[in-house]
Design a protein around this ligand. Structure first.
Ligand code: GTB
Length: 217
């Protein structure tokens, strides 16, 4: 059955791979599923046709036959459940990998989003200079904990999983801030994930959309 996802017609990041369709593309590449992409403008995202797929008028969405999904966590989980390659077969190991997927979205990403929003939207506020260090400390607190848990391991719990895919996707949004540089094992973890052929293909595909060049391969 054909899988169709949605992505920005033009991502505000110009193709840095930070828009969330990249996570979904990456998951599909990891499990070897072909997919189509429907590009949507900011205006089209708020129109009824797209709102029927995504109640909050956002990308990405995922369509496969009768099934329409939104929320990258749910989409990546669905892909990982349906296809081999992103979740271990053994029940407890599978539950732990799913736990990391939730931890990425519910525990690590919120302070990172808050930090990003502060830098993007609050710079003109009189309290910005006072608030930003507090928000950055909340990010560092989570990174300290994550770095301690990862230690020298290659991935968070055994083989690469949907949990790593989501955690790395979340950490990548910190790259431009430089914060990750203070965490050599997390920076190396992100680099290992980015070197995966599936990530490379996903990144190239979104870049092609945003630069108007055809994806290689
Ligand atoms: N919780 C949802 C999920 O995980 O699927 C969040 C989806 C979401 O935030 N979608 C964003 C969107 O559609 C695009 S990815 N925004 C339009 C809107 O809300 O009107 C977030 C994003 C956008 C841009 C950059 N960037 O330019 O760097 C990075 C991340």
């Amino acid at each position: 059955m054909t899988i169709t996802i949605t992505a920005f017609e033009r991502s505000p990041d110009g193709g840095k791979g930070l828009a969330r369709d990249t996570r979904v593309r990456w998951a599909l590449e990891e499990v070897g599923q072909a997919y189509k992409v429907r590009l949507v403008s900011f205006r089209a995202m708020k129109e009824p046709a797209h709102l029927s797929l995504h109640p909050f008028g956002q990308i990405p969405t995922y369509e496969e036959g009768d099934l329409a999904l939104f929320e990258t966590g749910a989409i990546v989980f669905h892909i990982a459940q349906r296809h081999a390659g992103l979740l271990p077969d053994e029940a407890n190991a599978r539950a732990r990998a799913i736990t990391w997927l939730f931890a990425a979205l519910n525990t690590v990403e919120p302070p990172i989003l808050e930090f990003g929003n502060a830098r993007l939207l609050e710079q003109d506020k009189p309290w910005y200079a006072e608030r930003l260090p507090l928000v950055a400390d909340r990010v560092r607190n989570r990174l300290d904990q994550l770095a301690a848990r990862l230690g020298d391991a290659e991935w968070l719990d055994g083989p690469f999983s949907a949990g790593d895919l989501m955690m790395v996707s979340v950490l990548l949004s910190l790259r431009l801030s430089g914060i990750l540089n203070g965490y050599p094992n997390l920076a190396a973890y992100v680099a290992r994930a980015e070197a995966r052929p599936a990530y490379q293909r996903a990144f190239a595909a979104q870049l092609a959309v945003n630069t108007g060049t055809p994806a290689a391969g």
